[in-house]
Design a protein around this ligand. Structure first.
Ligand code: SF4
Length: 331
């Protein structure tokens, strides 16, 4: 997908958290598999939407990419350098994060100028005047007026605060933004404005995104490619149009069905997904989605489906699309 260079490569990434019992001599009872064998590539200027319910491992994946956590197994390579090794500072600065909560992610004691200048203060030797020269165009870029510079976070609405957070993330001219639920704390009317800003910035700055959300309608708005996750595993991955036109995996279908339709006469054809995501400590053998899947078969309880390419760049992990299992169950 896309024509730019690959800037991020995630290969077989696992992040397992041990579950311990006991205080003095704790025993490991098992592992929470927050991400389990996740692989993908991201190109310059491309937006990858990572979608799934709470607990599917998408936030852990974001933390691993930004370097806030280390993988148990697998590698993450950004601009040719492997994470977790002595990645050069300049490269590390090219990945920035936009946080979920625009209320708590901004220091209430700092004015907007200091907030946006903070990364420049930490990572560069720019003079005060040079920093101001960098900050002013950033404010304009995110749709805020210059008089915002001397104001404090409490003087802004949620949407404006998220714009300040985005300006701060852009200060070091990143190539990749990891955005973890960046609009979920905002009113629906404001969400669209902030999502449009992300789209504009992608074009203007050729930014790549890993855009994490539980909401398929948000993901649809910003992504070029979508990766659906469940219990730490990738269930389906495809370019946006392909995924929406030819949704294959039963879990992706359920997420699509949950997108609100602005028509009071509209009646859904399928029942909404019931039940909760199983505990990741006690994930079922076989397909992780089997306990909620309306199409589960015997083979789903026995073996874990691998990702198969069902159309160009469209991968699905489901026995319904796995040739071996298809023959076995005579589909
Ligand atoms: Fe459903 Fe089986 Fe496919 Fe899993 S492998 S999604 S349980 S049909």
């Amino acid at each position: 997908m896309g024509e730019g260079n690959v800037i991020l490569k995630v290969e077989g990434v696992k992040r397992y958290f041990p579950v311990r019992k006991g205080f003095l001599f704790p025993k490991i009872l098992g592992y929470v598999k927050a991400t389990d064998n996740v692989s993908f590539e991201l190109r310059e200027g491309e937006a990858l939407g990572v979608v799934g319910e709470s607990g599917c491992g998408k936030t852990t994946l974001g933390k691993l990419i930004i370097g806030l956590d280390d993988a148990t197994e697998g590698t993450i390579t950004f601009m040719g350098q492997q994470m977790g090794t002595r990645m050069k500072r300049e490269e590390r600065q090219k990945i920035q994060m936009v946080f979920q909560d625009p209320y708590s992610s901004l220091d209430p004691r700092m004015n907007v100028r200091r907030i946006i200048e903070e990364p420049l203060r930490i990572h560069t030797n720019l003079t005060s005047e040079e920093k101001l020269k960098t900050v002013k165009p950033l404010l304009e870029l995110v749709g805020l007026r210059e008089d915002a510079l001397e104001k404090y976070p409490h003087e802004f609405s949620g949407g404006q605060r998220q714009r300040i957070g985005i300006a701060r993330a852009l200060a070091l001219e990143p190539k990749l933004l990891v955005c973890d639920e960046p609009v979920s704390a905002l009113d629906v009317s404001i969400q669209a404005q902030v999502l449009n800003l992300f789209k504009e910035l992608q074009k203007k700055k050729n930014l790549a995104y890993v855009f994490i959300s539980h909401d398929m309608s948000v993901i649809r708005h910003v992504s070029d490619r979508i990766m659906v996750m469940y219990l730490g595993q990738v269930m389906e991955s495809a370019p946006k149009r392909e995924l929406f036109d030819h949704t294959r995996h039963p879990y992706s279908i359920a997420l699509m069905d949950a997108i609100p339709v602005p028509d009071p006469q509209y009646r859904r054809r399928r029942k909404p997904l019931s039940g909760d995501i199983p505990s990741p400590i006690d994930a079922p053998k076989g397909c992780p989605f089997q306990t909620r899947c309306p199409r589960a078969m015997d083979c789903c309880r026995e073996s874990r489906p691998e990702l198969h390419e069902v159309a160009p760049e469209h991968f699905v992990a489901c026995h319904l699309f796995d040739q071996t299992s298809k023959k076995a169950v005579n589909l």
